[in-house]
Design a protein around this ligand. Structure first.
Ligand code: PAF
Length: 333
């Protein structure tokens, strides 16, 4: 733990399970990781008391909330967070309130022991891994909801998603008490929702964005990639290819978003087992659709590959290429 050992040592008694605590109340590898120096905390009061102590020592807390099944994308956020604060906290919690009734909450991949090994290797100081009952006790009825940002992109097909995310992230912020928190750009709308919420509710937490981490062939890393068969994994590349196509067209001078979206749609529909949820080009701050690419623009898409819904996004930069605005003149359009 190096320079953080003083902080961790100071609160070590807090995290030791009481004698007689049922094993099921603790994480299965609690002892191993305690010996390795990582804190695994399952209770709200335990986490709050650690946060109080860290803050009491005038140290800063950097936080990465996750739903576990960690991959290189999460680890890159942890590395960013590691540089942004004195103590690095990670939460692992598959949040039921952000899944709709027909969604994959039950089958969402979980690999807790493996996740702990990865966090330990990244030098994470504290893992907060509560149960659902700990975060949403009997009688829970308070939610955080944004008025406008959720009514775009993913919010249209996942109506409870952003309410669930805003609620759980607010709770996690109150419990972990970070100075800085890191979110991935792959979930671009989520990043904007969190930034807006933090500003609107005066939470005083700095929100950092981590760039999307991709497999060698361009597929954005996601825990849900784990659901894909080999053939579906091939089809899933259409998300990145559609973004590449859009960027090439924009750089070549195509301004018409309608034409760029049509080209992306054609490319995606040519792959087996694909079903487009949305392809949108929008203003990067408001998420409002735009018709022509004149200034800042971003494209996002959600595509179902068989039963697995994947998302991706990237910026579109207007180029000075030969295509004229909105005309069908540039190659491949
Ligand atoms: O991005 C995620 O993994 C989740 O939406 C988050 C932010 C951890 C909230 O459950």
């Amino acid at each position: 733990l190096g320079r953080f050992s003083a902080v961790i040592d100071a609160h070590r008694p807090v995290r030791r399970p009481k004698a007689g605590t049922a094993r099921s109340d603790r994480c299965s590898v609690y002892r191993d990781f305690q010996e390795a120096g990582i804190d695994v905390i399952n209770t709200v009061s335990g986490m709050q008391s650690v946060a109080d102590r860290v803050r009491g020592q005038a140290k800063t807390i950097a936080f990465v909330p996750t739903m576990g099944f960690l991959h290189e994308g999460h680890l890159s956020l942890m590395r960013l967070a590691r540089r942004a604060g004195d103590v690095l906290a990670v939460s692992i919690f598959v949040n039921p309130t952000q899944f709709g009734p027909e969604e994959d909450f039950d089958r969402y991949p979980r690999a807790f022991d493996r996740d702990l090994a990865l966090t330990e290797a990244e030098g994470v100081d504290v893992v907060f891994a509560p149960t659902a009952a700990e975060l949403y006790p009997e009688g829970f009825e308070t939610y955080v909801q944004l008025e406008h940002l959720p009514h775009h992109l993913c919010g249209l097909s996942r109506p409870v998603f952003f309410r669930g995310v805003a609620t759980v992230v607010t709770k996690l912020f109150h419990i972990v008490q970070p100075h800085v928190a890191v979110f991935g750009e792959k979930d671009y709308q989520q990043l904007l929702v969190i930034r807006k919420m933090v500003r609107d509710l005066n939470m005083g937490i700095e929100i950092l964005a981590g760039a999307t981490v991709r497999e060698a062939d361009g597929l954005a890393m996601s825990s849900r990639n784990n659901y894909l068969t080999e053939e579906q994994r091939y089809s899933a590349l259409c998300l990145r290819h559609a973004l590449d196509k859009a960027q090439t067209m924009a750089a070549a001078g195509t301004r018409s978003c309608r034409r760029i979206i049509a080209a992306a749609q054609e490319l995606i529909e040519a792959r087996p087992q694909t079903e487009i949820d949305y392809i949108r080009i929008f203003h990067p701050e408001t998420l409002q659709d735009i018709e022509t690419i004149e200034g800042p623009a971003r494209m996002a898409l959600a595509v179902k590959i068989a039963t697995t819904r994947l998302i991706d996004n990237d910026r579109l930069d207007p180029g000075t290429g030969g295509a004229e605005n909105g005309r069908d003149s540039e190659p491949g359009a």
